[in-house]
Design a protein around this ligand. Structure first.
Ligand code: FES
Ligand SMILES: [Fe+2]
Length: 447
């Protein structure tokens, strides 16, 4: 995992083929993921042993999105979230440095912070009141001298710190693996597309309106692979959105791009062709941003404003549409459940009334009450339902669509545009790349 995957195989696909004879838990890798990623075994979504291995090999090793810098304004500001199933506190310490800690007391494990967010000078554990600084040190123990006496060393009992925290374009990522590559290497060529999305306006982005949080009974990979670029589902799953005029019928005129390490994006050229039922003024704003990006990267940049959907491996996705932009994390909560965290993200420089209009559009379409989000959640839950029985967990899902259409993105859009690209919207190239990378991590003990 620690190499950057930028080499394409004979079919233009990255990463390399799945090592068929290696083991994924009790299973042969080749029985779970086909070498080209065209077939994925149903057991991957229901087996507890696979899920436990994912916590170790994926969630404890990959860089994970833990929040947005705009949520941590001022020293002592904190948010709580999870990395995989591990609860963490993300805090800007009293010296202004971003840090992350396991949210579990070194005494007997209670969560030392139970709030979603706030500003504090210390974290006091509610169980026995051990108190920790924003730098993670144990600074106070009730009755220390009378109940512990000599030889009790507070300096050995700080909170467990996440070794790596870094930011890119306002996004905060953290990683448990001490040997992990730097964040920019992990993201690799995806940094180019994140730049297109996040720095198209002076001042960058901010999260507004708090975080929507809700649960769906589905394995975390199903939404991750959907947002990696499953455009094929849009006319069917979201058909009502077209009928009500919210968006125009989907064409096949778009791109799906894999940038290595399981990351990918996809969109209709220039963003989804929106229906006329809703206008916010964001469209005009977008035209300005598009012009600025074209001046910087050439005419091809117009195809990437807005940039569409994408997934940063393993479980962070975004949706950058012509009406709003959302970040979301699909937190695993057992093999058949996720907790979704979803944010509305705007460009800081936008006028306040436009930010409010964009936020309304986000809530109308996505978030727990959003019409499109509910379409997706309902279908995903039905997928998991159908996998519960003895027969339903047998066999394979199919990811053959568009096989062999991948080519270097630079051939289609020019030299600055990296990755491997299919010049069509309806392909499963991004999902194949997701599962090929997944299998590589799950079978690679050393990385
Ligand atoms: S578990 Fe935190 S003080 Fe005892
Ligand atoms: Fe959808």
């Amino acid at each position: 995992m620690h190499d950057r995957e930028t080499t394409q195989d004979a079919h233009g696909m990255i990463p390399p083929a799945v090592p068929q004879e290696a083991r994924i838990g009790p299973f042969r890798a080749g029985d779970l993921v086909a070498p080209d990623g065209c077939a994925v075994d149903r057991r991957l979504f229901v087996e507890d042993s696979v899920y436990r291995l994912e916590q170790e090999r994926i969630f404890a090793r990959c860089w994970l999105y833990v929040g947005h810098e705009s949520e941590l304004q001022g020293n002592g500001a904190f948010i709580t979230t999870t990395m995989g199933e591990d609860p963490v506190i993300v805090v800007r310490d009293l010296a202004g440095r971003l840090r992350a800690f396991l949210n579990s007391c070194s005494h007997r494990g209670a969560k030392v912070c139970r709030a979603d967010k706030g500003v504090t000078k210390t974290f006091r554990c509610p169980y026995h009141s051990w108190t920790f600084s924003t730098e993670g040190q144990l600074i106070s123990v009730p009755r220390q001298s009378s109940v512990y006496g000599e030889g009790f060393d507070r300096s050995l009992l700080g909170l467990r710190e996440v070794p790596h925290v870094d930011t890119i374009g306002g996004m905060i990522f953290a990683c448990w693996d001490p040997a992990a590559p730097p964040l920019r290497d992990y993201l690799g060529d995806m940094t180019f597309y994140l730049d297109l999305m996040l720095t198209r306006m002076e001042g960058g982005t901010e999260a507004i309106g708090g975080v929507h949080k809700w649960t769906i009974d589905v394995n975390w990979k199903i939404p991750s692979e959907n947002f990696a670029g499953d455009h094929y589902h849009v006319p069917s799953t979201h058909g009502a959105g077209v009928e009500m005029g919210y968006r125009s019928p989907l064409t096949n005129n778009g791109y799906c791009i894999q940038t290595g390490n399981g990351h990918s994006i996809g969109s209709e050229r220039g963003g989804a062709q929106q229906g006329k039922a809703v206008q916010t003024g964001y469209e005009d704003f977008m035209a300005d941003m598009r012009a600025q990006l074209v001046a910087r990267y050439g005419e091809a940049a117009s195809a990437f404003t807005p940039i569409g959907v994408g997934t940063l491996f393993p479980n962070f996705s975004f949706l950058d549409s012509a009406r709003f932009r959302s970040f979301r994390v699909w937190h695993p909560r057992g093999v058949d459940k996720i907790e979704v965290y979803s944010w509305c993200i705007v460009d800081k420089a936008m006028p306040a009334e436009l930010k409010a209009a964009v936020r309304k559009q986000y809530s109308l379409a996505f978030g727990p009450g959003g019409i499109f989000e509910q379409d997706d959640g309902d279908i995903w839950q039905s997928v998991q339902d159908a996998l519960r029985g003895h027969v339903g967990r047998q066999g394979r899902f199919n990811y053959q669509m568009g096989l062999g259409r991948e080519a270097p993105t630079s051939q289609l859009y020019g030299p600055p545009f990296p990755g491997s690209c299919s010049d069509i919207l309806m392909t499963e190239a991004n999902q194949r790349a997701f599962y090929r990378h997944y299998a590589r991590l799950m079978t690679d003990k050393e990385a």
